[in-house]
Design a protein around this ligand. Structure first.
Ligand SMILES: Nc1ncnc2c1ncn2[C@@H]1O[C@H](COP(=O)(O)OP(=O)(O)OP(=O)(O)O)[C@@H](O)[C@H]1O
Ligand SMILES: [Mg+2]
Length: 363
C-alpha cells in the first residue's frame, strides 16, 4: 500500500431536499487500501458511496479521485466500479456472459475477451463455471459473479455496498476471507459499506464509523476497538462496559480517577482519546480485559470481588455478567474456556482481576 491518496473527500455535504444526509465528510482513502464505511441504517453510507461513484451529485465540497476533481464527471467516466447490495446479475445469461457484459463495446477480439472473462472467473474462485446458467447458482456464487463483472473492468477503486449481507454466516465468513485475499492480489482500492462491525474489523485497513451523516471516528480496527473516542463509537463496536467515574487530578500525562466498584487509579492521558464534553465522566473497558480468578489464583494486577448473575456458554468462550461489589449494574466479562477450568455457575461469588492500563476514559 502506498501513502498516495486515491480518494480525497473535502467537506462533502449532500442534501436530499431539506434532509441533510452528508454533513461535512472529510477523509483521504489511500491507494490500495481496504477501507470500510461502518454505521447504523440510514447514517449515509450508501449516499457517500454513490457520491464517490458519481451516481449522486454533492451539494457542496470536493471529491477527488486519483488527484482529479470529479465535479461534472459522470459515473461511467470515473475510475470506479460499484457492486450493489442487490447484486443484479442477469439470470437468463450464462455466467460468462454476465461477467463479460461490461466488455460489450470493448474493441478487443472475442478470443481476448474470453480470456479476460476466464481470468476474472478464476480470480473469484469460479473457474469452469462460465457456461453455467446464472440462475443456477447459489447466493454466494452469484455474489462472486457480480464481483468478477466489476473486476474485469479493472477499476482503480471498487465500491462494495453491503455485498455480503444476503449470505448466511458461514458463507459470509468465507467470502470475507476471499475478498481480503482478492484485494491483496489485485491491489486496487476497496471501499466496503457494512453495518456489521465484526465484518469491518476483520476486513479493513481502516474504518470510518458514521452516525447521522458524519464520520465520528476514522481509525485502524485496533485503535477503534481499544481507544474509541466516544461512548457511541465504543458501543457500536463490540461490547463495552461503562462505570461512573470521577476525575481527581491531571498532571504529567497522567489522570487520576475514582471508578465506581474499582476504586482509585492512574491512567495515561492516551487512555482518554475523546474530546472533553463537560458531561459526566465514565470509564469503559472491554469484556476480555477483566479476568475471573479461580481459587488459589493470584491476581496479576488489581483485584475486586463480585457475584455471577448470568452465564452464557459459547463453547470456546464463556460470557459472565458479574455484579461487582458496590455497583448496581453487572459488567460483562469474557473468559476463554480451557480444559480443567470449570465454568462458574450463576450466583457464584468470584474474585475479578483488572488492570488500569485497559481502561478508557470518556469525559
Ligand atoms: N433519494 C433520496 N431522497 C431522499 N432521502 C434519501 C434518498 N436516499 C437516501 N435518503 C435518506 O438519506 C439518509 C441516508 O441514506 P443512506 O441510503 O445513505 O443510508 P445507509 O447508511 O446506506 O443505510 P442502510 O444501512 O439502511 O443501507 C436516510 O435517512 C435516507 O432516508
Ligand atoms: Mg445503504
Amino acid at each position: 500500500m502506498t501513502q498516495r491518496p486515491m480518494i480525497e473527500l473535502k467537506d462533502v455535504h449532500k442534501y436530499y431536499g431539506d434532509y441533510h444526509a452528508l454533513r461535512g465528510i472529510n477523509a483521504d482513502i489511500k491507494a490500495g487500501e481496504f477501507f470500510s464505511l461502518l454505521g447504523p441504517s440510514g447514517c449515509g453510507k450508501t449516499t457517500l458511496l454513490r457520491t464517490i461513484a458519481g451516481f449522486e451529485d454533492i451539494t457542496s465540497g470536493v471529491v477527488m479521485i486519483d488527484a482529479k476533481h470529479m465535479e461534472g464527471v459522470p459515473a461511467n467516466k470515473r475510475p470506479t466500479n460499484m457492486v450493489f447490495q442487490s447484486y443484479a446479475i442477469f439470470p437468463h445469461l450464462t455466467v460468462a456472459q454476465n461477467v463479460g457484459f461490461g466488455l460489450r463495446r470493448d474493441p478487443r477480439s472475442q478470443a481476448e475477451k474470453d480470456k479476460a472473462v476466464a481470468e476474472a472467473l478464476e480470480m473469484v474462485g469460479l473457474k469452469g463455471f462460465g457456461a453455467r446458467a446464472a440462475h443456477a447458482l447459489s447466493g454466494g456464487q452469484r455474489q462472486r459473479v457480480a464481483l468478477a463483472r466489476a473486476l474485469i473492468l479493472k477499476p482503480k477503486v471498487l465500491l462494495l455496498d453491503e455485498p455480503l449481507s444476503a449470505l448466511d454466516k458461514k458463507l459470509r465468513e468465507n467470502m470475507q476471507v476471499e475478498l481480503i485475499k482478492l484485494q491483496r492480489q489485485v491491489g486496487i482500492t476497496f471501499i466496503l459499506v457494512t453495518h456489521d462491525q465484526e465484518e469491518a474489523l476483520v476486513m479493513s485497513d481502516r474504518i470510518a464509523v458514521m452516525f447521522e451523516g458524519e464520520i465520528a471516528q476514522l481509525d485502524d480496527p485496533e485503535t477503534l476497538y481499544r481507544l474509541p473516542k466516544s461512548r457511541k463509537v465504543a458501543d457500536f463496536i463490540g461490547h463495552m462496559n461503562f462505570l461512573p467515574a470521577a476525575i481527581h487530578g491531571e498532571a504529567n500525562g497522567e489522570i487520576e480517577v475514582e471508578v465506581l466498584g474499582l476504586g482509585r487509579c492512574h491512567i495515561s492521558d492516551k487512555q482518554a482519546p475523546g474530546a472533553v464534553s463537560g458531561g459526566e465522566a465514565s470509564i469503559g473497558f472491554r469484556p476480555e480485559t477483566l479476568t475471573i480468578l479461580y481459587e488459589g489464583q493470584a491476581a496479576t494486577d488489581r483485584e475486586t470481588t463480585g457475584k455471577v448473575e448470568e452465564v452464557v456458554y459459547y463453547g470456546d468462550m464463556t460470557y459472565y455478567d458479574v455484579k461487582l461489589d458496590g455497583v448496581a449494574d453487572p459488567v460483562r466479562i469474557s473468559m476463554r474456556n480451557v480444559p480443567g477450568r470449570p465454568v462458574l455457575e450463576r450466583g457464584a461469588s468470584t474474585r475479578v482481576a483488572w488492570s488500569a492500563s485497559a481502561l478508557v476514559l470518556f469525559r
